[in-house]
Design a protein around this ligand. Structure first.
Ligand code: EPZ
Length: 420
């Protein structure tokens, strides 16, 4: 397994280009299952999770082509054969559950392995299933699989007991070919949900209200293909580089991003003292000599994103004073704390809150990544730690960050990937 080694201490300076958003690309590529035409997509990030998704779609019978240099992908789901997503594919990526809605909508049946829990929490899919059954699907759980059948899904008025991003996306895709109108209430408002709705509407769907908590979908007979649909920029990668610049007291220009997706993150990083200027598709950030402590609570969009919690914790670990970070989305998303402590951070966890007492500096150490964003946080810690840090199991990182070490190298970091 590859490792990443970092010699800390260099401020980051220069320009970094943001890649397409993993969490927009995943549902949008899966939405190609809803038509028998060929869909082409631009700005698709070259990530492990994208390759896992294309492998799954190929297994289902779609013809998938990806040009990782041009970041273009073509998916033709004409000859769907086997509406089954097997365990060995789903276990690699829980977002595979997103094929459930489209397969039932297109073929009337699906058999998808239940995604197990993961490092950050149990992550049940009960609301995905409850919504599908209210749309007329017969749902059975057998031998670790979800089996869903429906002659023809029908519109439903469905209330989400809690906000779920992929739950909203799964039901939105199921509803586009259903008979009649579907209303999704307490829906997720993430930009990735809006991007999926835009992609589906470009295919002839009739979706209104995406980005608000009430989404209305008028079922249509069929969808046509979409050509050159562009994936939105990755707001979490953008936030990760924002924190990196503030952390290393550097001056970085982040290009090809969408600042309007990052209000909460920009607000909090400004409060720490960093100077931030934004344009339509760029952000300039200059780190401040001293970092102020700021409290954060993760919330569904437009609140502070849980996917930025670990990265922000690194910034707070070398801030002046005390800060409190509360994680309200996942029940076990402080795994990175023990590794940060080994680097000298002073963090106390109680329930879903972490109290961080800023220390003057961190010290480099061999550390272990546990999930995607925790691995990013450990790389960030290495950038400012005294001495050398080696992050193991960087396959977690490769799931959601395109060539992260190369982007940091270009900004002046002393960082290299050690291939094993
Ligand atoms: C999406 O996961 C993202 N993944 C996650 O990003 C992100 O952290 C999360 O949303 C929250 O923003 C993708 O978009 C592919 P949820 P998702 O359903 O949809 C509970 C990353 O690092 N829940 O919004 O799986 C669940 O347990 C990843 O890129 C139910 O109880 O998350 C959690 O506590 C990590 N029942 C909360 O809702 C359900 O049926 C939010 O989960 C569904 C969810």
């Amino acid at each position: 397994m590859d490792q990443i080694r970092i010699e800390g201490g260099n401020p980051l300076n220069g320009v970094v280009e943001i890649s397409g958003a993993k969490n927009a690309a995943l549902p949008i590529l899966v939405s190609a299952l809803l038509t028998d035409g060929c869909n082409t997509y631009q700005n698709v990030p070259d990530l492990r999770d994208i390759h896992s998704t294309l492998n799954l779609l190929t297994h289902l019978g779609a013809d998938c082509r990806m040009d990782p240099i041009a970041h273009e992908t073509t998916i033709c789901a004409k000859g769907l054969i086997e509406p089954e997503a097997p365990y060995d594919l789903v276990r690699k990526m829980r977002a595979s559950i997103l094929v459930l809605g489209p397969l039932v909508a297109r073929l009337g049946k699906a058999r998808v392995s239940l995604p197990g829990g993961c490092a950050i929490g149990a992550r049940p899919i009960n609301l995905h299933l409850k919504g599908l059954s209210e749309m007329g699907a017969a749902i059975e759980l057998k031998h670790g699989y979800v089996e869903a059948r429906a002659e023809h899904l029908k519109g439903a008025d469905f209330y989400f007991d809690l906000v779920t991003v992929t739950g909203t996306e799964n039901l939105m895709m199921a509803a586009v070919l259903a008979k009649g109108k579907t209303v999704l209430r307490n829906a997720a408002r993430e930009p990735e949900v809006v991007a999926l709705a835009d992609a589906l509407n470009a295919m002839g769907a009739q979706i209104e209200g995406a980005g608000t908590s009430v989404i209305t979908i008028h079922g249509v007979e069929g969808l046509h293909s979409v050509d050159s649909f562009r994936i939105i920029p990755d707001r979490i990668e953008t936030g990760t580089f924002l924190v990196a610049a503030a952390l290393t007291r550097g001056q970085v220009e982040i290009r090809g991003c969408d600042p309007s997706h990052l209000d909460a993150v920009l607000h909090k990083i400004r409060l720490t003292g960093a100077e931030i200027e934004t344009g339509e598709n760029w952000i300039r950030v200059a780190g401040a000599p001293s970092i102020h402590s700021v409290d954060v609570k993760t919330l569904p969009y437009p609140g502070f994103p849980t996917d930025m919690q670990a990265q922000f914790m690194v910034l707070m670990s070398v801030a002046e004073g005390l800060s409190l970070i509360s994680e309200t989305i996942f029940e076990n998303r402080f795994i990175h704390v023990s590794e940060l402590r080994r680097m000298g951070a002073d963090i106390t966890v109680s329930g879903n809150s972490a109290l961080i007492k800023g220390v003057p500096k961190l010290s480099g150490a061999p550390v272990m990544a546990s999930d995607l964003r925790a691995s990013a946080c450990l790389v960030l810690a290495g950038l400012i730690a005294e001495g050398s840090t080696t992050v193991q199991r960087v396959y977690h990182l490769d799931r959601g960050y395109e060539a992260m070490e190369k982007k940091f190298q270009k900004l002046g970091a002393v960082i290299e990937r050690i291939q094993e």
